[in-house]
Ligand binder design. Structure first.
Ligand code: DX5
Ligand code: ZN
Length: 230
């Protein structure tokens, strides 16, 4: 039986669909709305076709709010960015197993991420299995299970990858490990419960929080309500 206390459910807004012309304001609205941590999507235009932002925006968010920052690194050479992102204020660095080579390579990259003083984890795209992740579970602080194909905010959630969350939750519990299990992609008020039921303890919410129809405060309050069974 796991001796690790279950984690309280956390909501991690992604800023990809926020108004970048008023980013600090948007960030402060999400903090005011009770978000738990930032999920900042760094994209290099190589690992994914899109580019998003890098260390300067991470630093701007770090200055704008007091929330912890995890950086979701959709980049081809994650180790090259670790120092700059840690310096900019990242607390957790999560890179993709699809950019990481073999299990040994990934273990080495994890070590480099940990050497910055940050927590470190891996992200798994929808078409990838867990065979590269499972041998590393004891060294991971976090696993992000992607429920959209990386590159854009505002996509529909793919539910099949939730099976990976279920499997990881079983492995983590059986081994008594304390690993953040996060779902990233397409999380909305109507499907968030599926992620929690699968065993996720952290939910990324991008367009659910930053959209033209409601304020981040309203969006976060709705998410909390439905997750509380309201
Ligand atoms: C997609 C990113 C996700 C995305 C989430 O590549 O990794 O974090 O921004 O946005 P929504 O919640 O709108 O899918
Ligand atoms: Zn992400």
């Amino acid at each position: 039986m796991s001796s690790v206390q279950p984690r309280a459910l956390r909501i991690a807004p992604s800023i990809l669909t926020a108004d970048f012309g008023r980013l600090a304001e948007a960030a402060q609205a999400a903090e005011e709305g009770g978000a738990d941590l930032w999920h900042l999507d760094v994209m290099d235009g190589h690992f994914v076709p899109q580019m998003s932002f890098g260390a300067p925006v991470v630093e701007a968010i770090e200055r704008a709010t007091a929330m912890p920052i995890e950086v979701h690194m959709m980049v081809a050479d994650p180790a090259a960015q670790f120092a700059a992102l840690a310096e900019a204020g990242a607390d957790t660095l999560v890179f993709h197993i699809e950019a990481g080579g073999s299990s040994d390579d990934i273990a080495g990259t994890l070590e480099q991420a940990h050497a910055t003083g940050c927590a470190a984890g891996v992200a798994v795209s929808p078409d990838s299995g867990l065979d590269l992740v499972e041998p590393l579970l004891a060294s991971l602080d976090e696993v992000i299970v992607m429920t959209v194909h990386p590159g854009r905010g505002g996509q529909q959630m793919l539910v099949e990858p939730l099976e990976k969350v279920r499997r990881l939750r079983g492995l983590v519990e059986a081994a008594g490990l304390d690993v953040v299990l996060e779902v990233d992609g397409g999380v909305k008020a109507h499907n968030a419960h599926l992620c929690v039921e699968a065993g996720a303890d952290t939910l990324v919410a991008g367009s659910a929080v930053f959209n033209p129809d409601e304020t981040p405060q309203q969006a976060l309050s709705t998410l909390r309500r439905v997750l509380a069974g309201g």
